[in-house]
Design a protein around this ligand. Sequence first.
Ligand SMILES: [Zn+2]
Length: 526
Amino acid sequence: MLEKAEKAAASLRTSKGKKEYRHHWLNTIDLYRVIFEAHPTAPEAPAAVQAVARLYQGLHGRSGIAADLDLAVYYFRRLVKTYPTSSLADDSLMAVGDILLNQKHQPELAFLEYEKVVDGYPRGDMYRKAAGQVSRLARHRPAPTACPTPPSAPRNGKMARVTSIRHWTNPDFTRVVVDLDAAVKFTHNTLPPETKDAPPRLCLDLFAASLPTDGERQVSIGDGLVAAARAGQFSRDTVRVVLDLAAPGKSRVFSLSDPFRIVADVYAGEGALQVARDDASPPAPAAPPPTLAQQLGLSIRKVVLDPGHGGHDPGALGVGGLQEKEVALDVARRLRTILTERHGLEVVMTRDSDVFIPLEERTALANTAKADLFLSIHCNASKRKVTRGIETYFLNLASSREAAETAAQENMTSETRIADFERTMVDLFMSMKIDESSRFARMVQEGLARNIRERHPDAVDLGVKQAPFVVLIGAQMPSVLTELSFINHPDEGKLLAQESYRQELAEALAGGVTTYIGSINLISSR
Ligand SMILES: [Zn+2]
């Protein structure tokens, strides 16, 4: 496998023509990715991760697309995180430091990367260079920040109460959400099985917490993956929630705020993006069949559209009292019509009326529907009111201050919380496969921006960005969030109120979605 990847990389290196085409880069990246995704413990895995990072760096040199450089940083960091003892770890830290310093012009952040080399790899071959950078950048040493506030502090002995346990489930995925009336500290562990042949149990301990009534609460789930969730008062101030797994699964546990809740996801087997092309059958040699879905055979047929906000949450407010929730739903409905009637795709809506759906429920619906793509539709708003433009996001740490601001708005939380959230979520992002989502984001963004700019030359293409959007966390399919326009910009807000502009947005989005589907088909048919 490594040989095949290295051959492709060498041919990319030596061919001037190939370098000009994005897909040659991405195809080579895929050959390396397969190695460490399929065999993370193989001896060549760290080198394959490093190769992917360097290829994204090289691709960025050609494309100038910020998301490509962000992916390079992401893979360098992933190498350090996953293979901290590899001889390539310190080189990767240096590479991140150099990108932050020279390309992103963030000397404070670069300093921290060089310092990690000095502290963590004193015997490595990068030590001398890193130490030099640390002393050169000494004046950029970031001021020590206050300790992040712990997610909970029992308020004068007051206990948080578990208010409900919700769940969504299918045989491959279960999401259990524990709602509380205040933030708590918690841990999660696996417990040995109760009987010899059973799989282990997932156990959450919630400190300074109580159940509203005495005794044990049981939620029966019974879908083949998780049999039941049980909550009990484990000790005077600890609530224990146990998920009885019925089959071996992987789990991810994280908390969300405003209101505080703990989310436990259990996946059957490898629970991240399973791209359709992995199991796509070769294309039929006949003439192109009539609809896109048929043409694609079994690859992508079900799309989840997620109109943002709804019910008591209007989303951003625009000129003349226009509400984001209304625009998002209307554009989603128009897009549904195009995708189903013109392209023969199946569309599932997370909401089809003016109702409130929690963010974690939207992703859970997409996963349990076994959708192939997830598109969350929003309008942006800026404090500055002069900001305008179209942008599309995929899930990762925020790529800029503005991206963090947008995520805070969409997550209905503060920017401080976003920073805390990022600290706790780093591991989770590391375990997700973000490449497909970044490609999907790029095609949605290109379709959207190009088509809208044809009719509205003032429209601004803000590009593909990344930020920690709650609604994208845990999605098992390529998933993106698009910000159609700024609802509180005087011109864009007026446009968003018009039916004709909404139809143009829907058409442009459909163009992006079908281009992505077409690209998957191209890859799968090789
Ligand atoms: Zn929104």
